[in-house]
Write a protein that binds this ligand. Structure first.
Ligand code: ADP
Ligand code: MG
Length: 321
């Protein structure tokens, strides 16, 4: 029984394209996204939920920089704040849905620290886009802030994004998930920290990729499945090109081949595929990448991209539980 799931919520679970992302908007979006998750919980799945924080942590930094009257926020503190904000919206919404359906399961957010390497190459070469898109790069240039042009959609600030290696709270999260608590963890990829020579935990100013952190979590809590919910129903070869081909099922070997061929760009699909490969090579049974609204169908094997370690794929009926 593939009963323990790490479920990664993409940015659009809380903020849809074109929205400002107001708190009421985020609650409405969360309600829709979590309805399908409630169904899985009803069916007895044990679940850890992870999520990104790009727009939210960007907004926290913008507010901080616009204000001179209160103390400054290091990025690590902004990430911690985003875990609180998003954790609040997810736990409250999900708990309400469960109670409405008479399901007595606890939902809890764990402030999560993710261990990274202090000397990760990304510390000197920021790659992770956060915050809103801007039409010009002038303000970034004036203020000396690192930025990129993000897939033809505009300019975005970028921050360091070190590789996650371990999770400080892993035992606690595993204990709770195994007991049936729905745990929201490694929010925004987790608060990046490193361990000093004296064995102390020190914060790093960066934003970890939530898909990579989700794999580390899935590995730590010995999950059976990793489900990554994003904007697209399936992963494609030659994405957005005339010869685009949607993928229903691929093996780890194929995933590695396609990765090498450059089908999955860094910062979007690449971390999802890398996480899938790591997870399956370390005992994970199945990875599904699909969109939030297609989760129920994807669980039945009817859509989504399914990644497994070999070519053996269960008959569709086995996906029902
Ligand atoms: P999330 O917030 O869910 O992590 P991302 O924007 O980081 O979302 O990644 C998902 C996006 O990756 C999709 O919306 C799609 O535009 C893009 N993408 C890039 N390459 C591919 C591909 N080969 N197949 C499908 N989607 C892709
Ligand atoms: Mg992403």
């Amino acid at each position: 029984m593939n009963k323990k799931i790490v479920l990664a919520l993409g940015g659009n679970a809380l903020i849809k394209e074109g929205q400002k992302g107001t708190i009421p908007e985020q609650y409405v979006n969360a309600y829709k996204a979590l309805k399908h998750v409630s169904e899985l919980i009803k069916r007895g799945y044990k679940i850890a939920i992870t999520h990104g924080n790009g727009p939210q942590v960007g907004a926290i930094i913008i507010r901080d920089e616009a204000d001179n009257t209160s103390y400054d926020l290091p990025l690590s503190v902004a990430v911690a704040q985003s875990q609180g904000e998003i954790g609040l919206i997810i736990t409250q919404t999900l708990k309400n849905q469960l109670m409405t359906n008479g399901i007595n399961r606890d939902v809890a957010t764990i402030l999560t620290h993710v261990v990274c390497d202090k000397n990760d190459p990304s510390m000197k070469n920021p790659t992770k886009p956060i915050g809103p898109f801007y039409k010009t790069s002038n303000t970034f240039r004036e203020k000396g802030i690192s930025f990129i042009e993000d897939s033809g959609r505009g300019y975005r600030r970028v921050v360091p994004s070190p590789m996650p290696l371990d999770i400080i709270e892993k035992e606690t999260i595993k204990l709770l998930v195994d007991r049936g608590v729905i745990v929201v963890a490694v929010g925004g990829g987790g608060i990046p920290v490193y361990i000093t020579k004296k064995g102390k935990i020190e914060s790093i100013d960066g934003v970890v990729d939530k898909d990579l952190a989700s794999y580390v979590l899935a590995d730590c809590i010995k999950a059976d499945q990793l489900i990554i919910l994003t904007y697209v129903e399936k992963v494609a070869l030659n994405f957005n090109k005339p010869n685009q081909k949607w993928l229903d099922h691929i093996t780890v070997k194929e995933a590695k081949k396609y990765l090498k061929e450059g089908h999955f760009p860094p910062g979007s699909m690449e971390p999802k595929i890398k996480s899938a490969i790591h997870f399956l090579e370390n005992g994970g049974k199945r990875v599904i990448i699909t969109s939030i609204d297609k989760l129920p169908e994807a669980m039945k094997g009817k859509t989504g991209t399914h990644i497994t370690s070999n070519t053996f794929i269960l008959p569709r009926t086995k996906f029902h539980t």
